[in-house]
Design a protein around this ligand. Structure first.
Ligand SMILES: Nc1ncnc2c1ncn2[C@@H]1O[C@H](COP(=O)(O)OP(=O)(O)OP(=O)(O)O)[C@@H](O)[C@H]1O
Ligand SMILES: [Mg+2]
Length: 361
């Protein structure tokens, strides 16, 4: 009996041991689990943080992409606009017109193809920069796309009388025919006398400016403005002028005189002399600029009116200049149906003479 007890006890003891072993194992597992549980939130947080970071990066990438594509879109639009602009500019102009005035609604009045029209302005063109009488270029849809510098070519007509509105005049044209023309801005305030010569723009019939000029006035104006520079350079300068009416553009003729005088100044040494003379003889008017300067070699005379040509002595001297002055002079003189001659002796001096057809005063 007792041995039966003992056997059972041993059995129980073994079972207890086993159970205790199990408990220990479970306890250890609990410890590990506890630790894992403790760590878990931390890991979760780290994961969450990483997720957020990635999301941020993604958003950034998307927005950068959007920005990029917006920039691209903008660039593409810009290119299209530029191309349109280039097309417009390179497109053969479909018509020329003459600017007359601006209307309240921003449109402008122009003369084209023999009639007055109301057209729109290209946005690039500043209304304020347009002058009555200025030539403009129109595109196919008849917008003003380009303003050209006032072109002073045209026909000379004789003024007869001003009409009542004082913005139009009766003139006599080439074949003695009378016509009514509009006055350009320059002429609006001007006192006009019957018999005055006016330049009429061919296409529009707009009267642009008075076309008779007293060469004496023009020469005097040029002389006055350059005289101080002669004094500074120690060159004696004198002007002798008599009334000499010619057909022409006062500003351009003054440019001729100024160019000749500045050459005389540049190519004459201190102590030298320069004279300006305007005289009329018969049906011609002459304007002379004579100097006692370095002169021009005979073999160089035929080159001096060539663009950018400069004589050896001028190139070696530190006188400045580009060699364009006389080319311009010749062009302007030709435009006035005149001619220019030169006499020159090296070491003695030069004389430039401009001849224009005289007009009865
Ligand atoms: N009065 C003069 N006396 C001597 N040489 C002259 C005179 N006028 C012109 N020349 C010669 O003719 C050349 C051409 O003259 P032009 O006026 O065309 O050019 P530039 O005076 O050299 O330069 P710029 O373009 O400033 O007028 C001059 O370089 C000079 O050699
Ligand atoms: Mg010159």
């Amino acid at each position: 009996m007792a041995s039966e007890h003992e056997r059972r006890l041993t059995e129980y003891e073994a079972q207890v041991d086993q159970l205790q072993e199990m408990i220990k194992g479970l306890e250890e597992e609990v410890v590990v689990l506890r630790r894992r549980l403790q760590d878990a939130p931390k890991r979760v947080r780290t994961l969450e943080e990483r997720l957020l970071e990635t999301k941020g990066q993604l958003a950034q990438a998307v927005s950068q992409n959007e920005k990029l594509s917006a920039t691209l879109r903008e660039a593409r639009e810009h290119i299209a606009a530029l191309r349109e602009e280039v097309d417009k500019l390179t497109m053969p102009p479909s018509a020329y017109g003459t600017y007359l005035g601006t209307n309240d609604d921003g449109t402008v009045d122009i003369f084209t193809a023999g009639r007055k029209m109301r057209v729109a302005l290209h946005p690039e063109i500043e209304i304020d920069e347009l002058k009555r009488g200025q030539e403009v270029v129109l595109n196919e849809s008849l917008n003003v796309v380009l303003a050209r510098s006032a072109d002073l070519a045209g026909e000379v007509v004789t003024f007869k009388e001003l009409l009542e509105d004082r913005t139009r005049a009766l003139v006599i044209g080439r074949a003695d025919e009378e016509r009514v023309c509009e006055l350009a801005e320059e002429l609006l305030g001007e006192r006009l006398r019957s018999g005055d010569h006016l330049l009429m723009e061919g296409r529009s019939g707009l009267l642009l400016e008075k076309r008779h000029v007293d060469l004496a006035d023009v020469a005097r104006a040029a002389a006055d403005s350059i005289a101080p520079r002669f004094a500074e350079a120690g060159i004696a300068f004198s002007a002798t002028v008599q009334p000499a009416w010619v057909l022409g553009d006062a500003n351009r003729i003054e440019q001729v005189v100024t160019n000749l005088l500045s050459n005389a100044l540049r190519y004459t040494e201190a102590g030298g002399k320069v004279t300006l003379t305007v005289a009329r003889s018969g049906d011609e008017v002459s304007l002379d600029v004579a100097d006692t300067g370095i002169g021009i070699r005979a073999e160089d005379l035929r080159h001096i009116f060539t663009r950018f040509w400069r004589g050896d002595p001028s190139r070696s001297r530190a006188t400045g200049g580009t060699g364009i002055g006389l080319a311009i002079v010749r062009e302007l003189v030709r435009a006035h149906e005149g001619r220019i001659d030169v006499d020159s002796v090296p070491g003695v001096g030069s004389r430039f003479r401009v001849i224009l057809r005289a007009l009865e005063p």
